[in-house]
Ligand binder design. Sequence first.
Ligand SMILES: Cc1cc2nc3c(=O)[nH]c(=O)nc-3n(C[C@H](O)[C@H](O)[C@H](O)COP(=O)(O)O)c2cc1C
Length: 357
Amino acid sequence: MTDFSRSFASLGSIGTALLRLLDPETAHKLTILAVRAGLAPFPAPTPPERLAVRAFGLRFPSPIGLAAGFDKNAEVPAQMLRLGFGFVEVGTITPRPQPGNSRPRIFRLEEDRAVINRLGFNNKGLEAARTRLANRVAAGIVAVNVGANKDSADPVADYATCIRALAPHADLLVLNISSPNTPGLRDLQLGARLDGLLAAAMASRTESHAHPPVLVKIAPDLEEGDVNAIVDAAVSGGADGLVVGNTSVRLREDLRSARRGESGGLSGRPLLRRSTEVLGQAYRAAGGRLTLVGVGGISSGADAYAKIRAGATLVELYTALVYEGPDLVARIQSELAELLARDGCTSVADAVGSQWK
Ligand SMILES: Cc1cc2nc3c(=O)[nH]c(=O)nc-3n(C[C@H](O)[C@H](O)[C@H](O)COP(=O)(O)O)c2cc1C
C-alpha cells in the first residue's frame, strides 16, 4: 500500500466509525452533506488497467459501481466517482417528490453485516434530479434509476415520464421494478405487465431523442421460471441488460441481529449467495442476449469475482460501504485484479460467466 492510499484509507475508516455511532438515517444525511461539501477522502488510486470493462457501448474504468439508494437525488455522483467507483447509479427517482415511509425505516444489523430498509422511495422528485443531472460536470458514467410514486394511478406512465425527462442526462437507465417497499411494484416484473412497461419505456426514450441503454432491476426473491420469463421479456422488449438484484423480503432464518424481524428489504452479506444464484440463472437464460450487473452482499474482491464468474459484466454495492467506509472500493479493486491475474485473466471480460464454462 502506498502512503497516499494508506492515508486515504485511514481517513475513510475514522469517518465511518464515527458515523456508525449515529442512527442510520442521520448518518446517511451527514455523509451526503460531507461529500457534497468536498469533505470526502482524497481521490482514490486509479483502478488497475486490468479492470477496465467495455459494456453498453461505454468504457468503465472499473466494474465496481455504487448501487442505487445511496445517492437518491443525484446530489453527489461526481464525488462518488472520485472515490474510485467505476460508475454510479443514482435514484430511485419518481416523477413527484415524496417523503417515503415513517421513521425509523433503516436498521443496521451489525452482527450480520446487513441492513433492512423500508424507505419507500423517499426522494425530491424528477425536476430536482433533472436540474442536478443537467448541470453535472462530466466526470464518469452515471446510471439513472427510476420508479413510480406510491400513490400513482398509472405506475407505467410514471416510468415513461421519468425516462422522457431523464434519458438525455443518463448514461444508462435502470427501471426499478423490484423495490419491496412500494406496494404492487414487484408485480411489474411478471408477464404482460413487463411487456407493457418495456413498450412504454422504449417509446418514451424515443420521444426523448436520447438513447441510453435500458436495464431492468429485478428482485433476488424470484423463482427460476420467473427469471427465465423476465429474461425473454427483457430481450423481446428491447432492454439491454438486467440489474440482479434488489433487496430481499426473505432470507431472515439465519440472521442473528436483534433487528432481524423488521419489515423491509434485506441487503448486505446475507444476500450474497441468493443474489448470485439468481444472477447465474439470468446469465444462463440470457445466453449472451443481455448484459448483467450483479448486486447484493459484495464486500470483497472475492465476492465481486464470484458475481463476475456467475455472469456479471459489472457489479455494484451499497451496504458494505456503510460498514467499511470508502477505502473499501480501492481494496476490492486491488483484490479483484489479483484474483484475475491468479487465474490468468487479462481482463474482466475473460472471467464473465467462467463458472459455467
Ligand atoms: C438504505 C438503502 C436504500 C436503497 N434504496 C434503493 C433505491 O432507491 N432504489 C434501488 O433500486 N435500490 C435501492 N437499494 C438497493 C441497493 O441498490 C442494492 O440493490 C441492495 O442493497 C443490495 O446490494 P448491497 O447488499 O451491496 O447493499 C437500497 C438499499 C439500501 C440499503
